[in-house]
Design a protein around this ligand. Structure first.
Ligand SMILES: *Cc1c(COP(=O)(O)O)cnc(C)c1O
Length: 452
């Protein structure tokens, strides 16, 4: 018996299918990103903020290579879905977006993480990239760069409402206002925005955390009054990440900054499932089995013998490991193994003659591969070398043998964000629906070999 073919991808043309097979020859795992899902998630977010206010805009947060999904394709799909802003932590990624042809006529771009002593502020200003200011050093350096270029720098004053990371504290604010005010008058700085970041908005079920978010909002308002009293009136105030965009309409302000929702996930599985929020996971991670064999009962699998097979069984090797970003903490232990404890490994969908089955990482994740216990005979199950297995995708969760990145996050004791951003670039990124989502001039901005 042979297993059904799991690889029915909606290729846009024969070249797309050829690209898929070329990627499979180049690497035994692929990350397939559905640009229609990215666009639709953004459309949904634009609709969500449209209900709370007619004027709130949406920034697609595309930092860290668009959470590992690919910077430029995701940015373009987000724009296709109605985003008018893009956000990157690193300045380099902001410049890459402009270099890819996303001009200031199409999107404002905000960047916020850098070493103010070295970052090329002049180049950023010349590219109309909005800059976060959170230190007096940055204020001075940005002003110097603006004078040197003869342009006005667009800045967003970051205020620390309780995250304890970036931003002027209330105590520092008078000094910040005193530094900013003359630069505004001189025309070197335009204070476009006031912004801050929330620490615990992803736990709306926790009363203490809800209160802390309320306090952050109160402080945000206080910062605004003090800026105004100091003669600074930011036009674009923004505070909401994904969690607050989805659950706190009263703080959408002028702009919201969802990241993880763009990729189809809620901020924390405790909030619910992606479907509860009208979101569709965009990435599928799959791999092709490099080996399938039978082993006797009591066989130790992988380093440390933390997993011993319970019965005569078949095992398969999935040729991705921690060097691909598969978390070693998603290793699977069993009670017979050297740790004498059961810990479920990361889940996978394996297609068998009896339909899709949920299998798990069995033993330790290695550098380039991990092993799965098929709990039965591969021959009977119809599992073969070269078969495609799915680590995660837009599926319905473990119970339906369709794991999601949230399931991997649970197995690895982390969050979906880290599952995506750890995925190394040696795993090819391939894009579905580029041609139906993007105008032809945007399709032309993408690596043609990456389009399915
Ligand atoms: C990453 C980030 C976001 C997006 O957060 P999500 O939880 O992914 O929505 C928003 N604002 C800032 C400052 C960030 O660093």
């Amino acid at each position: 018996m042979s297993a059904p073919n799991a690889e029915k991808w909606p290729f846009s043309d024969p070249q797309g299918e050829a690209n898929y097979h070329a990627a499979r020859r180049a690497y035994p795992a692929q990350a397939i990103v559905d640009l229609a899902a990215i666009r639709d998630n953004m459309r949904h977010l634009v609709g969500v903020v449209g209900e709370s206010s007619g004027t709130t805009e949406v920034m697609g947060v595309v930092k860290a290579d668009a959470y590992g999904h690919g910077l430029v394709p995701v940015a373009l799909a987000a724009l296709a879905g109605g985003a008018t802003w893009l956000g990157t932590a690193q300045a380099r990624e902001a410049l890459l977006l402009r270099a890819a042809g996303i001009g200031p006529d199409r999107a404002h771009i905000l960047t916020w993480v850098n070493n103010p002593l070295c970052v090329p502020y002049g180049e950023l200003i010349a590219n109309s990239i909005d800059l976060s200011v959170a230190t007096l050093t940055a204020v001075e350096r940005i002003a110097d760069a603006a004078r040197a270029t003869g342009l006005t720098a667009r800045v967003h004053v970051k205020v620390d409402t309780g995250f304890g990371r970036n931003g002027f504290t209330l105590e520092q604010l008078p000094e910040a206002i005193a530094a900013l005010r003359p630069l505004i008058d001189e025309g070197v700085l335009d204070v476009v925005g006031q912004w801050s970041h929330l620490a615990v908005a992803d736990a709306p079920q926790d009363a203490g955390f809800v209160h802390e978010t309320d306090m952050q909002i109160e402080r945000f308002e206080r910062f605004t009054s003090e800026l105004r009293a100091g003669g600074i009136d930011p036009r674009v105030r923004h505070l909401a990440n994904t969690a607050a965009t989805l659950t706190r309409p009263q703080i959408h302000y002028d702009l919201v900054r969802p990241g993880i929702a763009l990729y189809g996930y809620e901020a924390d599985p405790a909030m619910g499932t992606p479907g509860d929020f009208g979101l569709t996971p965009a990435m599928t991670l799959q791999a092709q089995l490099s080996s399938v064999k039978d082993v006797p009962a009591g066989s130790g699998l992988s380093y440390g013998r933390v997993y011993l097979t319970g019965e005569r069984t078949s095992v398969a090797i999935v040729p991705v490991g921690y060097a691909d970003g598969i978390h070693r903490s998603a290793s699977g232990f069993d009670e017979a193994g050297a740790r004498h404890e059961y810990k479920p490994g990361g889940p996978l969908r394996v297609d068998t003659a009896y339909g899709p089955k949920l299998m798990r990482v069995s033993g330790r994740v290695c550098m380039d591969q991990f092993i799965i216990d098929l709990h039965g005979s591969a021959q009977e199950l119809g599992v073969h070398i070269g078969d495609t297995v799915r680590l995660f995708g837009p599926g319905a969760g473990e119970a339906a043998a369709e794991p999601t990145a949230d399931d991997w996050a649970r197995a690895a004791d982390t969050i979906s964000y880290e599952i995506f951003t750890c995925l190394r670039n040696r795993v090819p990124r391939l894009y579905l629906h580029a041609r139906s989502v993007l105008p032809p001039e945007d399709v032309a901005r993408l690596d043609p070999q990456s389009l399915l």
